[in-house]
Design a protein around this ligand. Structure first.
Ligand code: FDA
Length: 496
């Protein structure tokens, strides 16, 4: 309600925000969560909440009039099509030299992502977050995150026979023939549900190519885990289709300005509330953009000069390989990945063996590589346009391509195969124009203290992927969740 006073206001409902809301509520604090995306709890005209990947519609994209599919082409033909402008679930945010994909709605990225739930190898952790006690993370907070997220692993016997994982078995065979380490990757998709999908006893989601625009069944998104627990405390309320625009100090806390949106993206009302504490959980890009603007425009002038720096894309780069006709990858492919090729130590790349759930045999192997790209971008305020810009150039992905080639050049040489050139344009091998894993921009122990408290203002916190300096060497949400668990425990113990 306009004019309301709240004890804790959380901006965004992704991993960082959901952990924070649950733990504050359990400590007896009333929490209000503000989410610019939709609630995603009501079926559309086809009886389903979420659109299928193969038929994107009005629900699929955040305020675009044309889809921007990560795999833009097939056999060289462009796949994108016009859609009505709507507050859809996937934001393809064009930020200069890179398209940053992000989830929009109650649950944030958990609505759209592939569910790969990876804890980085312990030996790599000091390189990721040097100021964080690794023992505490691996003894307490990673286990807590994995358990609350509902992380589970595929039944290895089922994997060997499932038609929908032939693509991953081909990926394994080829990785091993070139001497690479092949690893199974845990997921938050319910593997027992997927088995029932394969048996034909339940409605299909992963086996019906649902991903990117939401999973109607089977995936344990935050709505089913942390946010369900948070709501059950009776202390957490959520306002969907509300976007925070300003946070500025006032007596006893902060004045927060919030715009209410309709499904065309138009602002219908502007409200202000007072919050004793504000937790920024708008995601790496959302939180960094907000803080850069608030510092530059005088709402939060005492924020330090680290705000906006240390942003990275987790070294994401995509590619496809063309297999021989005797090595089909299957016309039925589960949309949920479950395996990766680990060449991090020798080559700086961890490649997810990704599905291409087109419904037809493509003879293609498709990969999303996470690489040790050292390049970092920076968010800056452009006073002339009144916008925050990201300084990033497409050419800064070259190290990622080189690292990914450490895997795929070798596999191609062993197999006598070539790269696909038809998936990202005409004669274009590398999907180097995008990321699914934005990280950093408000880095832990730099823009904030070692627990996410923003320097310059007591009662302001950063709790999401903006804290992580650009790279985690694997898929990021388990680390974002575990770090949020660690930080909020400290804040509850010391600040409340
Ligand atoms: P997150 O982005 O989840 O949440 C931020 C929320 O804040 C959003 O809901 C947003 O709408 C809201 N918001 C932003 N600005 C706001 C404002 N001003 N006011 C109100 N609300 C605002 N990771 C992984 O580990 N395994 C995987 O398999 C995948 N796969 C994958 C696929 C795809 C297609 C994508 C796009 C992403 C992934 N990821 C992934 C990445 C993962 O989803 C991502 O790292 C996390 O969701 C980030 O969590 P955060 O809490 O930082 O923000």
């Amino acid at each position: 309600e306009p004019g309301a006073q709240v004890a804790a206001l959380v901006i965004g409902t992704g991993y960082g925000g959901s952990v924070t809301a649950l733990r504050l509520a359990q400590a007896g604090v009333d929490v209000h969560m503000v989410e610019m995306g939709m609630a995603w709890d009501t079926p559309g005209t086809d009886g389903k909440i979420f659109a299928n990947t193969t038929t994107p519609d009005y629900r699929s994209y955040w305020l675009r009039t044309r889809t921007k599919q990560p795999l833009s082409n097939f056999l060289g033909f462009p796949l994108d099509k016009d859609v009505p402008k709507y507050t859809g679930i996937l934001d393809a945010e064009e930020m200069g030299g890179i398209v940053v994909y992000q989830g929009r709605g109650v649950g944030g990225g958990s609505l759209v992502n592939g569910g790969m739930a990876v804890t980085p190898e312990r030996s790599r952790f000091p390189g990721v977050l040097p100021s964080v006690d690794a023992d505490e993370m691996y003894d307490v907070y990673y286990p807590r995150a994995n358990s609350n997220l509902g992380v589970n692993t595929i039944d290895p016997a089922w994997f060997e026979t499932a038609e929908a994982y032939q693509f991953a078995r081909v990926g394994r065979k080829q990785a091993q023939r070139s001497g690479f380490r092949f690893t199974f990757v845990p997921n938050v998709y319910d593997w027992n549900y997927m088995k029932q999908e394969a048996a034909g006893t339940v409605p299909k989601s992963a086996l019906a190519a649902e991903i990117l625009y939401g999973n109607n069944y089977g995936k344990k998104s935050l709505q089913k885990t942390y946010l369900a627990q948070a709501r059950a405390t009776g202390r957490v309320t959520i306002s969907p289709l509300h976007r925070v625009t300003t946070v500025t100090p006032t007596t006893g806390g902060y004045t927060v300005t919030i715009e209410q949106l309709d499904t065309s993206g138009a602002v219908t009302t502007t409200k202000t509330v007072t919050a004793q504490r504000v937790f920024f959980a708008a995601g790496s890009v959302g939180t960094s953009k907000l803080l850069v603007r608030l510092k530059a425009t005088g709402a939060l002038p005492a924020l330090n000069n680290e705000i906006g720096t240390g942003w990275g894309e987790n070294g994401n780069v995509m590619c496809g390989r063309a297999n021989h006709l005797w090595d089909p990858t299957g016309s039925l492919q589960s949309s949920i990945p479950t395996a990766g090729i680990d060449n991090w130590v020798a080559g700086g790349a961890f490649a997810e063996v990704a599905p291409l759930p087109t419904g037809i045999e493509t003879w293609a192997s498709f990969y999303l590589s996470i690489t040790n790209n050292p390049n970092r971008g920076r968010f800056t305020w452009n006073a002339a346009t009144g916008k925050v810009e990201l300084d990033w150039q497409t050419a800064w992905k070259q190290p990622s391509i080189t690292m990914a080639k450490s895997i795929f050049d070798k596999i191609n040489a062993t197999e006598g195969t070539i790269y696909r050139t038809d998936l990202f344009g005409v004669y274009k091998i590398w999907g180097d124009h995008l990321t699914y894993h934005p990280l950093g921009g408000t880095v832990l122990n730099k823009a904030t203290d070692n627990y996410g408290r923003l320097h310059g203002y007591s009662g302001l916190y950063v709790v999401d992927g903006a804290l992580i300096p650009g790279n985690v060497s694997v898929n990021p949400f388990v680390t974002i969740t575990a770090l949020a668990e660690r930080n909020i425990e400290k804040v509850i113990a010391e600040d409340l």
